[in-house]
Ligand binder design. Structure first.
Ligand code: FAD
Length: 306
């Protein structure tokens, strides 16, 4: 944080209240890649008020801030983040079912949300149960798998707007499309989401979730840290197949490797730095472009300077 000084830290501590606040916190502890340098300040906000007051404070004092969820789609620079990282992963005040609606605070994992739906005989969220993100991050990313995505089930969200107001917005106001939304561009923070699901058979819903999760375990390199699919699916192709065709299966730079199990995943084979991962991503993009003429776009989000 450029203006890092005791006065700011003391003020932020007051705002954070009982929420976890850590100084010079290694982001390798908060990302599934298990890589990345320190954030000057890292806060896990436990309630909406802390989110709002922290964001307001950062804006007022020109402190750079970045919102995270579970860190399962992030690559944080080895130089870390000069400013404040606010995670919504501890926002867990609401998890309730009302008829065909499931309402969850942003911090619940998709696994918990999908299980809650299943327990209540609500189907439609099975696809999400194995995605290791939070509800907030999944809405931001319009996360999806096995032919479905958040857009198909999201009804509305409670969000913090850039001007400091908290309001309910219809899903259509988020302009969700393939792994994309306007949430980042409009500096919005997702606080809660309402999903519209469908009544179904509890046993069948649980069975489908188990089947999809088994598929995941069989096909994906879940024994190694990663951020899931490194690249978006290019129109008409599969990123993993293009990467394999370019001869990059198992190719490594430092501790970062193209997974031998699924070429669409860059994994941290052990002690990879974020630079290793970033350089490997660049190398894959260059090689695939030469080999197939297809431009791969990263799905993972970069935080800090690269
Ligand atoms: C093993 C593995 C498998 C995966 N499989 C899939 C898959 O099948 N499908 C898929 O789509 N993804 C998959 N992913 C990627 C990742 O889990 C998803 O993108 C997930 O939705 C990210 O959620 P998160 O809470 O971890 O968000 P983070 O990674 O913390 O953040 C992602 C983005 O969301 C923003 N954000 C997070 N929370 C909020 C909030 N409350 N308000 C506003 N912005 C917010 C951040 O600023 C960031 O830009 C996988 C990842 C791993 C490690």
């Amino acid at each position: 944080m450029e203006n890092k000084n005791k006065i700011y830290i003391d003020a932020i501590k007051k705002i954070a209240g009982s929420s976890k606040l850590l100084k010079d916190e290694p982001m390798s502890r908060h990302t599934t890649f298990k890589a990345g340098g320190t954030a000057d300040i890292y806060i896990e906000a436990e309630n909406e008020e802390t989110v709002k007051k922290t964001v307001d404070f950062c804006r007022l004092n020109n402190i750079d801030y970045y919102i995270t969820g579970n860190g399962s789609n992030l690559l944080v620079s080895d130089d870390g983040f000069r400013g404040l990282i606010l995670s919504t992963a501890a926002l867990k005040d609401t998890l309730e079912v009302n008829g065909e609606y499931l309402t969850c605070s942003a911090g619940y994992t998709l696994a918990v949300a999908a299980n809650k739906a299943a327990e209540n005989g609500l189907g439609g969220m099975e696809f999400a149960s194995g995605i290791p993100g939070s509800v907030g991050g999944a809405v931001f990313m319009n996360a999806g798998a096995y032919g479905s995505e958040i857009e198909n089930i999201l009804q509305s969200v409670r969000l913090l707007e850039a001007d400091g107001t908290i309001r309910t917005a219809d899903a259509c106001e988020l302009e969700l499309s393939y792994r994309s939304s306007n949430i980042g561009a409009l500096s919005r923070v997702i606080l809660r989401a309402d999903f519209k699901l469908k009544k179904g058979d509890k046993a069948l819903i649980s069975e489908k979730m188990a089947e999809l999760n088994l598929k995941r375990r069989t096909k994906q390199p879940l024994d190694y840290p990663s951020a899931g699919s490194t690249f978006k699916r290019p129109d008409g192709y599969f990123a993993g197949a293009l990467i394999e065709k370019a001869g990059l299966k198992g190719f490594s730079i430092g501790g970062a490797q193209v997974s031998e199990k699924h070429c669409g995943f860059v994994i941290n084979k052990g002690n990879a730095t974020s630079s290793d991962i970033f350089n490997l991503i660049k190398h894959i993009q260059k090689t695939v472009l030469i080999n197939s003429g297809v431009e791969l776009t990263p799905e993972i989000r970069l935080v800090g300077k690269f």
